[in-house]
Design a protein. Structure first.
Length: 71
């Protein structure tokens, strides 16, 4: 999944749910949303893996499908 800076639109490298834009020199936080209902998901971390869980009936969401919205 590629995420772009909302200000300059350059690609960002995510570090969990945050990213740093070298061009704008800004730190940005993101919120993970379910791709089905667009509501926040719970972040599950275990053994180095990160998964997402929708508590609104959509179950586990892969990191490839989760939507990231700037906070």
């Amino acid at each position: 999944m590629e995420v772009n800076c909302p200000t300059c639109h350059n690609p960002l490298e995510l570090n969990g749910l945050s990213a740093h834009c070298d061009t704008c020199d800004q730190e940005m936080a993101f919120e993970a949303l379910c791709p089905e209902c667009h509501k926040p998901v719970e972040v599950l971390k275990a053994c180095g893996a990160v998964d997402y869980f929708c508590q609104n009936g959509h179950g586990l969401i892969s990191k490839k499908r989760v939507e990231l919205k700037p906070v």
